[in-house]
Design a protein around this ligand. Sequence first.
Ligand code: FPP
Length: 277
Amino acid sequence: MYPSSTLRIDELTPEERSVYATLKPERMPGHVAIIMDGNGRWAGSRSLKRFLGHQQGAKSVQMVTETASRIGLPWLTLYAFSLENNLRRPRAEVNFLMRLLRSYLESNVQRMMDNNVRMKYIGRTHELPPEVQDKMRWAEELTAGNTGTTLTLALNYGGRSELVDAFRSLAVEMKLKHSSAERICEEDIHRHLYTAHMPDPDLLIRTSGEMRLSNYLLWQVAYTEIFVTDRFWPDFRGVNLLEAIADFQRRERRFGGLGQDSGEVDEETEHAKIVAG
Ligand code: FPP
């Protein structure tokens, strides 16, 4: 249940409101992560250049973030630029994405303030161009006092490199504390992830139909529900986020345990039956 002070339901579109009305307030996800895929295919299907798909994708980022903030979603984490994108895409496309990110932050920071959205980043962001890092820091500092949705952009991010970075920093800490390897527990690894300050995602959405994790939040999605839609990211809107949440609410999360209709039996009754023959 989200605190009512963060809800701005009256600002939802009529279409969003009708899906929102079907949701159970006590089963809202705390953290939604999204793999935003399909910008290129969206553009290709309209005989447009790829960069126009990214530009349209940036509009979806803004709209989905605003819907998330209106329903009071605490954490929204978007895969905006992977390490692999950085290494494997043509330089011209990488440069375009960097310029798009800068202009996105510059032109949207006021809307983030109006929507009480706090900006954060995860990834090897220190490897991004300095002028992009400056803009990122600027937006993060300006929005730091906001108390609504935390929008985290995964930038120059890879799940495996996050684990490498976590293990390196854990090793440094262990050396300082003269601690031994047998004492390492899951909580220690969690503390050294980029996401140490946030809960694991409850729901992971992937657009444009691929059934892959693509090196996204590998540690964190251990028990996350996955929702894949064929819709391309530039066509994804707030109402589609709400539909994904509705689907999530129909799932039974078991975290490795038994479900409600598991036919679980009382151990003592069963034992008595066996003894009685
Ligand atoms: C996948 O499309 C998406 C990306 C490469 C990154 C996501 C980028 C954006 C949504 C644009 C800008 C974001 C911000 C935050 C300003 P793709 O090119 O892999 O699509 P394809 O698989 O159809 O080729």
